[in-house]
Design a protein around this ligand. Structure first.
Ligand SMILES: Nc1ncnc2c1ncn2[C@@H]1O[C@H](COP(=O)(O)OP(=O)(O)OP(=O)(O)O)[C@@H](O)[C@H]1O
Ligand SMILES: [Mg+2]
Length: 398
């Protein structure tokens, strides 16, 4: 029989190589699994929209859209006479409408005096819905016609994967925002930004190299280097490409490190996602007090700490779950109108789409029972419109 001590020794001796081998095999098997369910070569696209959906994205009535299409500005009708609208069609129709009106009304891009808005989506609680929220918000804004930049600040890079950029395969050295904010030979950020298959949406992808920022920043601070104001770096970099965008959405990692603090200092608004369960809410309370303490330090060093707005967003909400409803009511009583009025419902449409790294704007509606898809989409639209209204009010628009 093996002595307990000899078992221990064996583990200790081989742990590093064991972990390395496990990691390798896991990555390999996951890759195979992913390829089976969603071929990497499969073209990711935004789906086509029904006239009612397209009219809502453009911001006009369905009848008016029909008229514009009949005038030859819409897509060709299908064999059954119906028209389906791509995101390109919607962009084109916005421009046609503005030409007709002789005013910039339907193309919603920034006007003189309206500043770039940067939304940091955060919470150090893992799985609180940051990436799902960021991906759907960024695509929604792009579909509404805003020039949108999504930044994946999470070394796990789920947002990049969702937008079709595999962190291990498609993102090379210095191709994340780390390339532009690193202390040694930073690259121009314009070289790092990528277009996506969604018109109006660009991406700065992430991968493991983002971790370097957490390691390099303390070193740079010890050397008291003047460019070492770590919290200013993302903001500075965004300044270089500011004029190309209306809104930036930053998907933060589930930790309160230098990356998240830098995102907070670059942000003009923050969205804290929260799954309404006791443990998550308790951990959020810790997150809030830690953030507040860290921000006080950053403030003393000259960092930005005031925002146009901050909101809590309840995610994966199950209205029929008593404790969840109670927890949501509890938060509403404390946070008041700093909670978004609408919560994002838990839906198998969202989680199933997530398995194939897709959003609700990508999966075909016919894949789901109609009620399931529509309920999820309605909830998503309510949440995203509420955020859009906040953005517009910062610009002084209705
Ligand atoms: N509304 C929803 N309905 C159903 N499932 C959801 C919903 N929102 C998120 N999920 C699922 O919950 C899981 C966690 O979501 P997500 O990855 O967005 O969280 P996160 O905060 O970004 O996590 P991490 O902290 O690891 O970055 C995912 O599997 C996602 O598909
Ligand atoms: Mg995430």
């Amino acid at each position: 029989m093996l002595q307990p001590s000899s078992i221990l020794e064996e583990v200790q001796e081989h742990l590093p190589s064991m972990l390395a081998a496990d990691a390798h095999e896991l990555a390999r098997q996951l890759q195979i699994h992913q390829t089976k369910i969603f071929a990497p070569t499969a073209q990711k696209t935004i789906r086509s929209f029904q006239p009612s959906e397209a009219a809502a994205f453009i911001g006009i009535g369905e009848g008016y859209l029909r008229q514009i299409a009949a005038e030859g500005h819409g897509p060709e009708p299908l064999a059954n006479g119906r028209r389906l609208y791509s995101s390109e069609d919607m962009d084109r129709i916005r421009r046609v409408l503005d030409d007709k009106n002789g005013a910039a009304k339907y193309v919603p891009t920034r006007r003189p005096g309206e500043k770039l808005q940067v939304i940091a989506v955060m919470n150090f609680k893992g799985g609180s819905g940051k990436t799902t929220t960021s991906a759907h918000l960024a695509q929604y804004l792009a579909l509404r016609g805003y020039r949108t930049l999504a930044i994946d600040l999470d070394p796990q890079a789920s947002l990049s994967a969702m937008f079709g950029h595999q962190p291990e395969l498609d993102v090379g050295e210095a191709e994340t925002i780390y390339g532009a904010i690193r202390y040694e030979s930073p690259r121009p950020v314009a070289e790092i930004v990528r277009a996506t298959y969604t018109p109006n949406l660009h991406l700065i992808p992430g991968n493991l190299e983002l971790m370097e920022f957490e390691h390099e920043t303390p070193k740079a601070m010890l050397q008291a280097r003047t460019e070492a104001m770590f919290f200013a770096r993302i903001g500075e970099v965004l300044g270089d490409i500011e004029s190309f965008y209306d809104v930036v959405v930053i998907d933060c990692p589930p930790q309160l490190g230098f990356l998240t603090m830098s995102a907070l200092c670059a942000a003009t608004s923050t969205l804290i996602t929260i799954h309404p369960q006791m443990l998550d809410v308790m951990s959020m309370s810790q997150f809030l007090s830690m953030t507040s303490e860290l921000m006080a330090v950053v403030e003393r060093a000259g960092g930005r700490t005031s925002y146009d707005w901050m909101r809590y967003l309840v995610t994966r909400f199950e209205p029929n779950d008593g404790p969840q409803s109670q927890m949501t009511g509890f938060m509403r009583a404390i946070f008041g109108n700093r909670m978004l009025q609408h919560a994002m419902l838990k839906s198998t449409a969202v989680s199933d789409a997530g398995v194939t790294k897709q959003t609700l704007y990508e999966v075909e509606r016919s894949q789901f029972t109609r009620g399931t898809y529509d309920r999820a989409m309605d909830s998503l639209t309510q949440v995203n419109s509420e955020i859009e209204a906040l953005l517009r009010s910062v610009w002084g628009r209705k």
